[in-house]
Design a protein around this ligand. Structure first.
Ligand SMILES: Cc1ncc(C[n+]2csc(CCOP(=O)(O)OP(=O)(O)O)c2C)c(N)n1
Ligand SMILES: [Mg+2]
Length: 579
């Protein structure tokens, strides 16, 4: 495609671009033109010209303690704000440290633009100091990447990067910029022409496909809406609600879809999949129509693929044609933007009471709600989350680590709005929670942002606490400290005969770590102190870490063991016995 515009991706701009400029200045001016007012980054030799131009640029610049953390911050900033997250780092080690962050954004379809410095063009391929093949290394973890070898291409390439990152199925884009390009000069100021042959985005859904989908919805006796993160990135929450209410459809969400539909509403079946609700999993297995929207039928959702939704016709609404029939055969595909398609679909659907179906779902809900045994004297991790949900009135932005902490958050915090749960779903990156909380707080300075973390997830990136302190970001961290890599321990308990091989390691005293880094630290060992500690944490104006010493060997239930069908859940007897 080709387009002429100074604000090609719909970003407003105001800087003066009509003169001869060095590459570094072109980068900064183009970012400002594209509406960037916040970015994350870490310096180094080959980005010095660029950082010099950033010295007095009107951009809020956050320096992480590690480039991985910076990339997670940019990613969470994007998830919360709906804008593109921007990170700039040096060559070699700086660029290599981005890989986990880029892969995290790629798997969860998050729009991030990464700018990496590179050694001088003439040194590329010479094993120069701090040289790495950044485009080679990051190709599989970016939606698109390239190296700029002529300063004349710089402005256009940055426009293209923002356009590619934020349109269609969003994702990370990386531009590698050799240091000589940062200092080379060229004339700027003309219209920016994007050259993107082969990059086509379908936004409008096919009218006939939409009508076919509406017809099967109207005829269906036992429908389920299965919603993923795509609805949130398409800003289609309102349209989703209109569809579910007008056609009267139960709604289940993936981990990344949580918040797209208000979980306190009666149509919500909460999360489905490996640690999803029994009522969502049973409903999917028994439905006659599954309407998937912005979801990709990931294996944690489908369980044994051959037995997934065995009686259902499948409608799949997705912006990415490559997702259609990738894992599960789809009967009615509708490719395009979820917001557009859902608003068209709403016009053609009719209300059906479906009393029998809703009664059946209500029975499952009554029999198998998410439960835990709170009669013990120890602190149950689920209790901490439930109490946090109560005290924040379901209104906080929550980030998570990976493991049990993440699954309990999905089960026990009731999300009401999109962009409220910020979690690494696809890659499952331990260490995401703290930097993500920082990115989220930067995006929404007035929001209450809480990282519900695992002890070992927190250990991976905890130095970023200092970044929060430095920028006066009042994030809160609840460490559900079970002393274990709890999810690994759970699998070892269930499938490896309780041989807890290498899933325990010692932890520091988090209260002291927090204080040493300039934050508020607290330790909670008694159940009776949980409520008060959460209240005090929520009142803090400084970053605050609360170390909850929780029950060490608690498990996440229900659980669909790997390779089993969604209706073959373990732990239902345990949940029933707690009634
Ligand atoms: C970077 C990374 N390394 C390893 C894993 C594999 N893994 C998944 S969950 C988990 C344990 C997490 O422990 P913790 O953060 O304490 O959370 P808990 O399950 O105890 O709540 C591990 C090692 C991962 N997801 N990410
Ligand atoms: Mg743990």
């Amino acid at each position: 495609m080709s387009s002429k515009s100074r604000s090609s991706a719909g970003f407003a701009g105001s800087s003066d671009n009509s003169s001869i400029k060095a590459g570094a200045q072109i980068v900064v001016d183009t970012l400002i033109d594209l509406g960037v007012d916040t970015m994350f980054g870490y310096t180094g030799g080959v980005v010095l010209p660029l950082f010099d131009r950033l010295y007095d640029a009107p951009i809020n610049f956050i320096i992480p303690r590690h480039e991985q953390g910076g990339c997670h911050m940019a990613d969470a900033y994007a998830r919360v704000s709906g804008k593109v997250g921007v990170i700039v780092v040096t060559s070699g080690p700086g660029a290599c440290n981005l890989v986990t962050g880029l892969a995290t954004a790629m798997m969860d379809s998050v729009p991030v633009v990464a700018l990496t410095g590179q050694v001088r063009t003439e040194l590329i391929g010479n094993d120069a100091f701090q040289e790495a093949d950044t485009t080679g290394i990051t190709r599989p973890v970016t939606k698109y990447n390239c190296i700029v070898k002529d300063v004349k291409d710089l402005e256009r390439t940055i426009h293209e990067a923002f356009y590619i990152a934020s349109t269609g199925r969003p994702g990370p884009v990386l531009i590698d910029i050799p240091v000589d390009i940062e200092v080379a000069k060229c004339k700027t100021g003309g219209p920016v022409e994007m050259e993107l042959p082969g990059y086509r985005i379908r936004t409008k859904g096919h009218a006939r496909q939409i009508s076919m989908a509406a017809k099967v919805i109207n005829k269906s006796q036992r429908p389920v809406l299965y919603v993923g993160g795509g609805v949130i990135s398409a800003n289609a929450g309102k349209e989703l609600r209109a569809l579910a209410e007008k056609a009267h459809l139960p709604v289940t969400m993936t981990l990344l879809g949580l918040g797209s539909y208000d979980q306190t509403r009666p149509e919500s079946l909460d999360m489905l999949g490996m640690h999803g609700s029994a009522y969502a999993n049973y409903a999917v297995q028994e439905c006659d129509l599954l309407i998937a929207v912005g979801a990709r039928f990931d294996d944690r959702v489908t369980g044994k693929i051959k037995n997934f939704a065995p009686n259902a016709k499948i409608v799949h609404v997705d912006v990415d044609p490559a997702s259609i029939s990738k894992n599960v055969r789809v009967d009615i595909p509708v490719v395009g933007d979820a917001k557009d398609i859902l608003s068209e679909l709403v016009k053609e659907v009719e209300y059906q009471e479906r009393k029998e179906w809703f009664d059946r779902i209500a029975q499952w809900k009554k029999k198998f709600p998410f439960r835990y045994d709170n009669k013990t004297s120890t602190i149950k991790p689920q209790y901490v989350i439930e109490e946090l949900c109560n005290q924040t009135k379901s209104g906080a932005i929550i980030t998570t680590g990976v493991g049990q902490n993440q699954m309990w958050t999905a089960q026990f915090y009731k999300f009401k709005t999109p962009r409220q749960l910020i979690s690494s779903g696809g890659l499952g990156t331990m260490g995401y929670g703290l930097p993500a909380a920082i990115g989220a707080q930067v995006a929404k300075p007035d929001a209450t942002v809480v990282d519900i973390d695992g002890d070992h997830s927190f250990n991976m990136t905890m130095t970023e606490l200092r970044t929060a302190v430095e920028h006066n970001l009042p994030i809160k961290v609840c460490i559900l400290n079970n002393g274990y890599m709890g999810m690994v321990r759970q699998w070892q308990e269930l499938f490896y005969d309780k041989r807890y091989s290498k899933s325990y390691l010692s932890n520091p005293e988090y209260e002291k770590v927090a204080e040493a880094l300039g934050a508020v630290g607290m330790t909670v060992e008694k159940k009776s102190e949980v409520k008060g500690a959460i209240k005090s944490m929520l009142g803090q104006k400084r970053p605050c870490v609360v170390d909850f010493k929780v029950e060490r060997e608690e498990n996440v239930w229900p659980m669909v063991p790997a390779g089993k069908s969604l209706n073959e859940m373990d732990g239902l007897d345990i949940l029933e016995s707690m009634a």
